[in-house]
Design a binder for this molecule. Structure first.
Ligand code: F6P
Length: 320
């Protein structure tokens, strides 16, 4: 193998730059060229790419986002777009491709694998909804962003006897809401994976108010409902005044945590090593602290990564 390519696709996340850096440096160490494709699969279709040197990736490790930029690409959902992308790779002299992204991006990677491209996927999405990996890249940084925000919110909430409804991202997955609720000592996390009863929640929040608690925090995963509407619906029934905050894209940016930097380095290097060893059509994952490969088809056909059922119970047990 003489030349490989890397692209970052879908929603950006912290750690993508660190992973691209690891891929470039591991590639150069093995005497292969690495080209960076701009704006994900769109750049592959439009042939926007550059040869990356060790200098192109210096000073990027600590930066959030992706210097290669990212995009969600409609053409890549069509067989004609997938064919063009695979042909362009051949035209660029690329013998192996590394795709960083979430489920949509890994679906694109699978489509290319089916066109004959040697491709390795790296799970990179704050949602942590990708199966066959304990953690995706960017999740830990997003959680730390959420925790920092909620710690600040608690200061002001407790100064005014308020209940805050904090909406987190995650699409149809409640992982960010559940784990941040445990880490912040929140009273509830409303997630799409589990039904919730607003009457029970109101009763419990009122009991806490009457006990003289100074604040309540309710994490709401975006897939479980609209935090503003939920807060509006129950505001007169809980004693506390309510306020809502939608954390939005604040969660996705910022310098990656040590966990994400380490994961990026391991994913990046393992992706290059595995491509050189002839592996293809697979996604890397972190399983029990080890790198593991899973066929992309299994990843895509397995649905959303389930949340450990003990985690929601932990919030409940600790909120008394
Ligand atoms: O998949 C990552 C994610 O941040 C989701 O949590 C969120 O629903 C979505 O992307 C937001 O997408 P966009 O950046 O296109 O608004």
């Amino acid at each position: 193998m003489k030349r490989i390519a890397v692209l970052t696709s879908g929603g950006d996340c912290s750690g993508m730059n660190a992973a691209v850096r690891a891929i470039v440096r591991a590639g150069l160490a093995a005497n292969i060229e690495v080209i960076g494709i701009q704006k994900g699969f769109q750049g592959l279709i439009d042939r926007h790419y550059e040869l990356l040197s060790t200098k192109s990736v210096s000073n990027v490790l600590q930066r959030g986002g992706t210097f290669l930029q990212s995009a969600r690409c409609k053409e890549m959902r069509e067989p004609s777009g997938q064919r063009l992308a695979a042909e362009n790779l051949i035209g660029m002299g690329v013998e192996g491709l590394i795709v960083l992204g979430g489920d949509g991006s890994l679906t694109g990677a699978l489509a290319l694998a089916q066109q004959g491209t040697a491709v390795i996927g790296i799970p990179a999405s704050i949602d942590n909804d990708i199966p066959f990996t304990d953690m995706a890249l960017g999740v830990d940084t997003a959680l730390n962003n959420i925790v920092r925000a909620v710690d600040n919110i608690k200061d002001t909430a407790s100064s005014h006897d308020r209940a805050f409804f904090v909406e987190t991202m995650g699409r149809n997955c409640g992982y960010l809401a559940v784990v941040s609720a445990i880490a912040c000592g929140a009273e509830y996390s409303l997630i799409p994976e589990e039904p919730y009863d607003l009457d029970d929640i109101c009763q419990e929040l009122r009991r806490r108010y009457q006990q003289g608690r100074s604040n309540s925090i309710i994490m709401v995963a975006e897939g479980a409902g609209n935090a503003q509407q939920i807060a509006e619906e129950i505001k007169d029934r809980i004693g506390f005044e309510t306020r809502t905050i939608v954390l939005g894209h604040y969660q996705r940016g910022g310098s990656p945590t040590v966990f994400d930097r380490l994961l990026a380095a391991r994913f990046g290097q393992a992706a290059v090593e595995n491509l050189l060893a002839g592996e293809k059509g697979k996604m890397l994952g972190l399983k029990n602290s080890k790198m593991q490969l899973t066929p992309l088809a299994d990843v895509i056909n397995s649905g959303i990564r389930p949340i450990d059922e003990l985690l929601p119970r932990l919030i409940n047990d600790l909120m008394i």
